[in-house]
Each structure stands twice: as C-alpha cells, then as structure tokens.
Design a protein around this ligand. Sequence first.
Ligand code: COI
Length: 355
Amino acid sequence: MLDIKIEKTTNPKPIPGPEDPLVFGTIFTDHMYVMEYCPEKGWHDPAIMPYQPISLAPSAMVFHYGQEMFEGLKAYKTEDGRILLFRPDKNAERANNSNRRLMIPEIDPEDFINAVKTIVEVDQAWIPTKPGTSLYVRPFVIATDPFLGVRPSNTYKFIIILSPVGAYYPEGLNPVKIWIEDKYVRAVRGGIGEAKTGGNYVASLAAQIKAHDEGYSQVLWLDGVERKYIEEVGAMNIFFKINGTVVTPVLNGSILPGVTRDTCIALCKEWGLPVEERRVSVEELEAAAKDGSLEEVWGTGTAAVISPVGHLRYEDDVFQIGDGGIGQISQKLYDTVTGIQLGKVEDKYGWTVEV
Ligand code: COI
C-alpha cells in the first residue's frame, strides 16, 4: 500500500454547525486527496493537501472526450464517536469496473480504501451528526494528457473531495414525483450505462429539465433499445412492490449497479420478502398501478439513500402510488440502512468499516 503524504491547511474554514443548512453538494471541507498516474510510475505519490483549485492544460483530454470516472460513498459519526464508512469495498470494486470500461488504469482497492479512510480521518471534524446528514465522499479520476486526438490518456489524476450533506432531494423522506421519459434515453446496450461516469449524467440533463419544468423531481429511464423496460432514475436505482413481491430491474449492462440497491435486495430477502430482479415493462407498471397491485415504489442511492416515490407519470397517465405517502417497506429500509450506517442497528453483514 502506498504511503500518503499529508499537508494540513494553515487556514481552516468555518465548519457548519447543526443549525446551518447542508444543501447537498455545496460545501467542501478543508482538504483533498490527489494521486497521479503516468505509464512509467503507475499510480504514485498520493498526497492530502489543502482543498484548492487544480491546474490543467485547456487541452487536457477530460475536457474534450469526457474520460473520467466518479464514485460516491458516505462517512458517519456514531453516538459513541466512531467514524464509519458504508461498504467502501463495493465502491473500490465498482470504480475499477468503471475504470476498465473507460480505459482508465485500475487503482489498487487497498489504496482506494486507505485514501478514503485517511482523508475522512483528516477532515473528521466536518462529519455532521444531525439526523439525515453525513459526510459525502466523492472520489474521481480525470484524464490529463494535453492532447486533442481520440485515444486513452497516458496520465491521470485520482482526486477525493468531501462534502457535509443533508438530504439529496429537498423533499427529504417525503415522496418524490417521477417522470417516465418517453423521448430521450440515458444509455444503450453495449454503451457505458453501467460505468459511473459523467457522460451518463450529462445525457440525462435535457429530460431532467423537461421533467422539472413539469413539477417532477427525477426522470425514470426506459431501455434504449425498445423503450419499453424500466432501467433506473437519474440518481438512483428503482424498486417496486407489486402484489407483495419486491421487483427491481435486473442489471443488464446499461443500469448502474448501486451499492444501496444491493443492500436493499439483501435486507428484503432477509425479511422474507420475495425479491425478483427481472425486466419490468412500463405496461406492467401501468396495469399494476391501475388495478391497485402496485403497492410501493422507492429509489435507492448513496446520495438519495431510500427515496419513496409518490407519483409516476408516463405520457398522459399520472399514477399516485398508495396514498401518496411513504410506504412501509421504504420506511423500514430507510430506518435499517441508516441505522446500520450510524452504528445503531446490528451490522450482521459486516458492511460498515471503521476509520
Ligand atoms: C450517488 O448517489 O452517490 C451518486 O453518485 C448520484 C449522484 C448523481 C449524486
């Protein structure tokens, strides 16, 4: 494992207090982690330094062809003062799956996890403790060769920044309204849908703005081939409870394999609920919503945690789910997942890692 050089800031910023609003992704801590890659040395010289702008050539390849990968995980402080990360091994693994698809050199998972632990330890005073808050950890890699031709870059930077956050959606745990998109698609078979990379998110913006203008929080994507099967929401995976069975779209290469998705599947199975990972068509959903068998809908994501869905809209049809409030399973998942993350609920699976 590589040694990380640490240079602490001499000019610390004020840390938000419990009364300050933590609007998601707007506040950054005092430090950042940076590691460089070049073909001669591989990944080398990891360092933690004061949070600061980075200097790149305008020709840096990330600006032109979007060769970049990012991750997201969270750190929590328990009531007895321990610092916990939730399943960082899954992020390290997914980072390398994305790296391989994007022709970015893989990062040793031990270095990835050690980097996250070390930067979180350095900025631990920034971990908020109010219910519903956490320290969001954003690792990312960018291609830095100054070059305008299309090929993989030879040089990269792996950076980690930290942001104290509250709920991702302003609605908090109140159900969000979701727009099932019938014109644009997010990802296609054989594309980069299962990699965590900026290109998938920029592809979502036009539909997201359209949905926002209509009063919807997020877009639910249909498959890019037949535009018939449900894939995922802009910042979450999606789950349905249909006739007592928990159903989520099967990972098909164009859906992001969410860590919270995996966590929810394991918990639902543990609770004895039938769980099906399979294709779900929009027609099936419409029919289930009409005959009352669509009992609950929720999204899962690191940023969003568990986000109940109260309304779905597809073309001219609008469906209210249940009574429009949070469902029983969504509430139980939220309480259990956040309980494990905060060290309040027994961690039977060894998902939490102490810093
Ligand atoms: C996360 O849930 O961590 C994500 O990366 C989603 C992002 C769009 C906020």
